[in-house]
Each structure stands twice: as structure tokens, then as C-alpha cells.
Write a protein that binds this ligand. Structure first.
Ligand code: ACM
Ligand code: ZN
Length: 766
């Protein structure tokens, strides 16, 4: 009996001791975005539940943030004189506006900055050194040790942004605040709030109540993917909007976190919800519904005086709500079909000497810009505002690649980079089949991490116009805020590092180290309750075809793990070196952490064909945004994914015809050529117009064949199978494939007037 009591007592003592023992906090080298300079030393600084803090009055917002963060966890923070304080904030005007310096020693923590903003960023770093449990704000203070060392830090870019489309799906004020919390944690400083869309007007405008009473509600919503045939709808009304009081509260919440909100009011296009509420704003005066599916619609504002009166009233209310310097006026994807047929539009064009409808759009934007400038605001527009001439002071958001940004910077305009290829977080982030439905495209974490916002084409002077970059979150396929979280995490971590840390070109070296930080950061996201995507344990594979026999390799970016694989249902073996594959082979592979399988099983088939291991010359090179697999991807026995046209297999060519020259390793009895293209007009990707073949046998005899191509009926992969059998030729030694690009996109289609993309993968010879 005595023994039992003693033993229970001992257990209680042990448990309570270990519970009270200070927790080791997070190492200095784990912070995201990585600071400019970090030095670590061996010591620790003990933090207990009573903290004495000295903070000069210049740091009110930061002080409030820190006290809020700590008291939510049950700590008490007492203001004290510097000599009595364990934590000290110091004003240091030698530092840059957004910079901070943190020094942690065995007995003191000193955080210096010139501004409250700089100090706030220092606090976000300090916060990331504290135990993850503090993100739970659970009122239970724990003692912990901070690591000792120093950090000197300042951002590479002044614009570090995230966008959110609340038109396609609506997220309430609490979700928006959570979004802002994520931005703050990652030292991002602009929130681009996309408030109006064809599918819903989301901001209360007192002068025009029908914008929200009618324009915020659509009768139903598309189910599944836009490209599904037939399209299906849910028969459920959908709506939501922010009152002006809610907007003010959110803007204030952002300001407390040093985030500037950039409101976007789309014009002249993406305006169907507004025109549905007030049909007199359009060219035709016909009633139209709030849109129920995605895409680009022909209902655009008619540039008549009633429309400008309307827009000026709307924008006045908007500018009063958002104190920041910028007003985003959209400008993208505005079809000109109605303008071309509208008597009022045509009359205005004659009066103003405007030669075409692009010039009319430029007139429209310039007129709105004058109004905004007169009210002290700078406009931002999507890169279509370059067409027909840029409004004099506009900042350009380059989204259709980087060309718009380059042009604008050369015209001495400020630029924010948001190219689809690296900044569209609505694209797929993984090629796993279980990935939730997305709009299409492929933007894995590594591609975001490797993004460099400054185009090489610019001179040092022009480069100063690149303010930074922004991740865009279009929500057609994100009906819930959990899905938004899934799509932003972890890609926002990579982007925050791109815009804060800036980076060298040594992506291959830095990326594995970044991933170890992401792995740790996920614990913080767990504590925050964020629904992040985790593809860290996903294996990647590659087939190298520039060797005599094709070599298959497996990779994990995490270097401390083991890969096991099996061929054709055989036993699993530990992977060490690339494997020769000289026939069609089924492969399975799994990542192990010690004896524990982690991540999904990789299953794929390598399809052997005569083209594998041919010498291949491609002209021109694929576009730098869509060349991940290199030319060899065309003949590596693996086809591009049916949804992810930007994956490691597909090669993209913008406007160019292409020539593919295949020299087979021997004369081979090829009977069929299968070419796979991508066809998605909504993304400006079109199947080619024609393919021309030149076949040559071992004796130098040639035969040519021309195939013209009709527009495919279905979107997605477009297979083209061509019979190569020809009795006049011996076995095939050499094949030249010329592919004729679709050309300029025609009127009425999405991207009208733009160059078409050709996407190709793979070239199979059977
Ligand atoms: C855009 O993605 N339409 C700017
Ligand atoms: Zn008109």
C-alpha cells in the first residue's frame, strides 16, 4: 500500500516537473521568409509567464500586437524601464523603413527598428522563434527558451502582395481577417481585394443599393469543371457582400498589421453583375442575369456619360473606404464585341479620334485614372491596359506572362509581377490524381520558390520600376475558405521568401533547405488550424532520354529519407542509382522515414516506343515559363497530364510554329506517329492548324505528308494519330515534324487578338 502511494506520488511529481520544464523554442534558421542575415550562438534566453517589456511610444501598433499575442496565451506583459526589462524595443533611425535588428542574449532581447512597421516585422520573426503552441492562443502560458543570436533583416521588394477573389466565391469578414493574419505572419504588406465580378458584386455602395440587393446574388452555380460536358448547375442561389462598416473594420484590422488593402472595382469588363443590377450601364440595355458560370462575358460597361457618372460615384465611395494609395480598376478580359456594334460607342470613337476599340478602352481607363488621380489615388490595372496606350500614371499588374511588365517598365511605369506561370495559386500544385478540382495548369511549390520577379530584359534603371510580386487566388474552384487555405499553403511561404528575401540563382541548393523549414512551419500551421496542402513527401521521377538507354530516376527533395521502388510488381528495393528501362515498365515507389512509409505511393507506367532515345532537336526553344521537362520530355515515354497543361511533361510555345527533328538510333519499322496536343481556348491554348511530316529512310529516300487540323470538339488533351506506313520507304531513320501554330486568337474568343499557345507532349513512334 505504502509502495503504491509512493509510486503514484512519484509519477505525479515527475509528470508535473516535465510539464513545467521550459520548452526549447524554434531555431533561428527556421524562419520563413528567411532573414537576410542570421548568426546563432550557443545560449538560451528563458521566457516565463511574466514578461517585462520596454517599448518607446513610436511602436504602438507593434506593442499592441505583441501584448495581444502573449496575453491570449496567458502571459502577463508589464511595461518597465529599460534596465529592468528583459525585452527591449529600441528606436534606431539608422535602419531602413522596413528593416529590423534582433539580438537575443542570455539575459535580454533587444529589437531595433526605425519605424513601427520595421519593428512589426521583427516581431513576426520573434513570434516564429516561440513554440508553435502559442499560435493556439489557449490561455496556458508555458516557459520556454529562445535561442540566442542576432538577425539583421530587410525586404528585397516594397510590394509583397496576395490577392483574393471574393466574386466567384464569397468569404466572410472573419475569413478575410484570418487571411490578413497569414499575410502578417509572412511579412506581406498588400492585400488586393477583388471585390466585383460577373458572378457577384460584393461591396455595399450606398448610392446604388441594387448592386448588392440584386448584383450580389446569382441564381445558381456551375458544378464540376467548366470544361465538363454537359455543364451542370446546383440550382441553389448564392450570394454575400460586405457592408461598408465591415469594410472599415477589415481595413483597420489590416492597418494594425501594416497591410495596405488595394480594392479592385473591375471595369470595363467583368461587370455583368453590375449591369444585371443596372442594365442602362451596358450597350444593349437588355436585362442580363448575374453570371452563374465562369469565364469572360461580353457584358461590359458602355462608355457613355451615365456610366462615368455611375463609376465616379461608386469610386468616390470606395476611395473613402480605403485610405491606401492604390485603386485597382481591373481592365482585363474586356471583349469589345458590344462596343463595335454600339452606336453611342462608335460616335464617341469618332468624336475622340479613337481608331479602334482598344483605343476606346484606353480612353475609358485614362478617364477613370484622371478622376482617381484628382482624388489622390494611383490606379493599378491588369496588363491589358497597355493595349491602345497606357494611362499616364498607371501601375501595371503583369499577369499574362512577364511581357506586359517588361513593356510597362520600359515606359517608366511601375509594375507588380503576377504572371500566371509563377503566381497563380488557383493552378494545381501537385500531379497526384486525388488533388481537389482546380482550374487547370500546374504550379508546384518549387516553381514558385524559383521565381525571380525582375525580368532579365530590363536595364538597372528599368528594374527599379518592378515593385514586387503578388500571388493571385481566383476562387472559381474554391467554394470554402478551407480550400483557399489549401491552395495558398505552402505556396505563399515560397512567395513570401521570393519577395522578402529575394534570392540568388542557386535554387537547386536552397530549395531542399527551404523544404526543411516548410516541414517545421507546418507545425505552426497545425497550431493555427490552417488547412495546408502537404506534398513534401511526394516522390518525383524523371526519365533521361539523352543517354544510349533511357535512365529512370526517382527523387525526394528531402535528403534524410529513403526511397524504395518496384518494377513490374516485383519486390521493393532501396533506390540508389537511376535504373535502365528498355521496355514498357510499371513502376511503384514509396518514400520512407526510417521504417515508416510516408507520403503517397507513386505508381506510373513508362511506355516504351521507338522515339525514346532518338536524338531530338527542337526549334525554337519552348517558352521559359513552360519548359520544365526540357526537349527530352517529348520522347520520355510519359504523356502530359490531362488537366495540368503546365506540368513537367508539357512544353509550351507562344505564337511560334515549331520544328521537331528526330534522328532515330537505327532504322526502325515505325508504323504510327501519335502526337498529343493540349486544347483549352479559355486559356488561349489552341490545337495547331496543321502538321507537316518529312520521313526519311536509311537510304535517304524521303516522303512528305501534310495534315490540316480542324478545331477539336473537346477541350483537354487532343490526340493526333498519323499512319506512317509507306511502301516506297524503307524503315524510318529520320523524321521531321513541323507544327503550325493556331495563330492570332479570333474575335469573340477569350484572348481575342492575342497569340495562341501550342502545348505538346508526347511524340510517340509505334
Ligand atoms: C486575370 O487573371 N484575368 C487578371
Ligand atoms: Zn456602348
Amino acid at each position: 500500500m505504502v509502495y503504491r502511494v509512493l509510486s503514484i506520488l512519484l509519477t505525479v511529481i515527475l509528470v508535473s516537473c516535465s510539464k513545467n520544464r521550459p520548452i526549447k523554442a524554434v531555431a533561428l534558421n527556421q524562419i520563413i521568409p528567411a532573414p537576410t542575415r542570421v548568426t546563432s550562438s550557443d545560449g538560451t534566453l528563458l521566457v516565463t509567464k511574466h514578461i517585462k517589456l520596454h517599448s518607446p511610444s513610436d511602436f504602438d501598433l507593434s506593442h499592441r500586437f505583441l501584448v495581444g499575442f502573449l496575453t491570449a496565451n496567458g502571459y502577463t506583459v508589464t511595461d518597465a524601464a529599460p534596465q529592468e526589462s528583459q525585452w527591449i524595443f529600441k528606436q534606431d533611425s539608422t535602419l531602413a523603413q522596413e528593416a529590423y535588428a534582433l539580438e537575443i542574449s542570455d539575459n535580454q532581447l533587444v529589437l531595433r527598428a526605425a519605424t513601427d512597421r520595421g519593428l512589426f516585422y521583427g516581431l513576426q520573426s520573434l513570434r516564429q522563434l516561440m513554440p508553435e503552441a502559442l499560435e493556439e492562443s489557449n490561455g496556458h502560458p508555458v516557459s520556454f527558451y529562445l535561442p540566442t543570436g542576432t538577425i539583421q533583416d530587410a525586404p528585397a521588394f516594397t510590394y509583397r502582395g496576395m490577392h483574393l477573389d471574393v466574386g466567384r466565391h464569397f468569404f466572410g469578414p472573419e475569413d478575410i481577417k484570418t487571411y490578413l493574419d497569414y499575410l502578417a505572419l509572412l511579412k506581406m504588406n498588400y492585400f488586393h481585394w477583388h471585390l466585383t465580378e460577373d458572378q457577384g458584386w460584393r461591396i455595399e455602395i450606398k448610392a446604388f443599393p441594387r448592386l448588392t440587393s440584386h448584383g450580389s446574388i446569382r441564381s445558381e452555380t456551375l458544378i464540376g469543371h467548366y470544361n465538363d460536358e454537359p455543364q451542370r448547375f446546383d440550382a441553389q442561389p448564392y450570394g454575400g457582400f460586405y457592408t461598408q462598416e465591415e469594410i472599415k473594420e477589415i481595413v483597420a484590422y489590416a492597418a494594425e498589421r501594416h497591410i495596405t488593402v488595394v480594392p479592385e472595382i473591375e471595369l470595363p469588363g467583368h461587370a455583368q453583375a453590375a449591369i444585371s443590377a443596372y442594365p442602362e450601364l451596358g450597350c444593349t440595355l437588355e436585362p442580363v442575369p448575374v453570371a452563374t458560370k465562369w469565364g469572360v462575358f461580353e457584358e461590359v460597361y458602355c462608355p457613355k456619360s451615365e456610366t462615368f457618372d455611375f463609376l465616379e460615384t461608386v469610386l468616390s465611395e470606395v476611395m473613402d473606404l480605403f485610405p491606401g494609395p492604390y485603386l485597382h480598376i481591373g481592365g482585363d478580359e474586356a471583349p469589345k464585341t458590344h462596343w463595335a456594334q454600339c452606336a453611342q460607342c462608335q460616335k464617341l470613337m469618332r468624336q475622340e479620334n479613337l481608331n479602334n476599340e482598344e483605343a476606346l478602352q484606353s480612353y475609358f481607363i485614362s478617364r477613370i485614372e484622371r478622376f482617381a488621380n484628382n482624388h489622390g489615388k494611383q490606379i493599378i490595372g491588369w496588363d491589358e491596359i497597355l493595349e491602345g496606350g497606357l494611362a499616364p500614371n498607371a501601375t501595371v499588374m503583369s499577369w499574362r506572362g512577364t511581357e506586359g511588365g517588361i513593356q510597362a517598365a520600359k515606359q517608366k511605369h511601375d509594375v507588380i509581377m503576377t504572371p500566371t506561370s509563377h503566381c497563380y495559386f488557383d493552378y494545381y500544385q501537385s500531379d497526384r490524381p486525388e488533388e481537389p478540382l482546380a482550374i487547370g495548369g500546374y504550379l508546384p511549390l518549387k516553381k514558385v520558390y524559383g521565381y525571380r520577379p525582375i525580368p532579365h530584359e530590363l536595364t538597372p534603371q528599368e528594374r527599379t520600376h518592378i515593385l514586387g510580386a503578388q500571388g493571385n487566388v481566383w476562387t472559381e474552384y474554391m467554394p470554402t475558405f478551407e480550400q483557399v487555405e489549401y491552395m495558398i499553403f505552402p505556396r505563399i511561404l515560397a512567395l513570401s521568401e521570393v519577395v522578402w528575401h529575394g534570392a540568388s540563382d542557386a535554387v537547386e541548393v536552397q530549395y531542399p533547405e527551404f523544404l526543411t523549414r516548410v516541414e517545421r512551419f507546418n507545425r505552426r500551421l497545425d497550431a493555427l488550424g490552417a488547412n495546408y496542402a502537404n506534398h513534401l513527401y511526394q516522390l518525383e521521377s524523371a526519365l533521361s532520354t539523352n543517354t544510349k538507354l533511357p535512365l529512370y530516376s526517382l527523387f525526394s527533395p528531402l535528403k534524410d529519407k529513403v526511397i524504395k521502388y518496384s518494377l513490374n510488381q516485383g519486390p521493393f528495393k532501396t533506390y540508389t542509382d537511376p535504373v535502365v528501362l528498355s521496355q514498357t515498365t510499371q513502376i511503384k515507389a514509396q518514400l520512407y522515414d526510417g521504417a515508416q512509409a510516408v507520403g503517397p505511393l507513386l505508381e506510373e507506367t513508362f511506355t516504351y516506343h521507338f522515339g525514346v532515345s532518338a536524338a531530338l532537336v527542337l526549334s525554337p526553344e519552348p517558352h521559359s515559363s513552360y519548359n520544365a521537362g526540357g526537349a527530352g520530355a517529348l520522347i520520355n515515354g510519359r504523356r502530359g497530364d490531362p488537366m495540368r497543361y503546365g506540368d513537367n511533361e508539357w512544353l509550351g510555345f507562344w505564337g511560334d510554329d515549331l520544328a521537331i527533328d528526330l534522328n532515330l538510333r537505327a532504322a526502325l519499322p515505325v508504323k504510327t506517329l501519335n502526337l498529343y496536343f493540349y486544347h483549352a481556348p479559355g486559356q488561349w491554348i489552341n490545337a495547331p492548324r496543321a502538321v507537316a511530316l518529312t520521313m526519311t529512310d536509311a537510304n535517304g529516300q524521303t516522303h512528305t505528308k501534310n495534315i490540316s487540323i480542324d478545331t477539336p470538339e473537346n477541350n483537354g488533351v487532343f490526340p493526333l494519330s498519323i499512319d506512317l506506313s509507306n511502301r516506297a520507304l524503307g524503315p524510318l531513320k529520320h523524321l521531321k515534324v513541323q507544327v503550325v501554330n493556331h495563330g492570332i486568337i479570333g474575335d469573340g474568343a477569350q484572348g481575342a487578338g492575342q497569340k495562341s499557345w501550342t502545348f505538346i507532349d508526347e511524340i510517340e513512334l509505334l
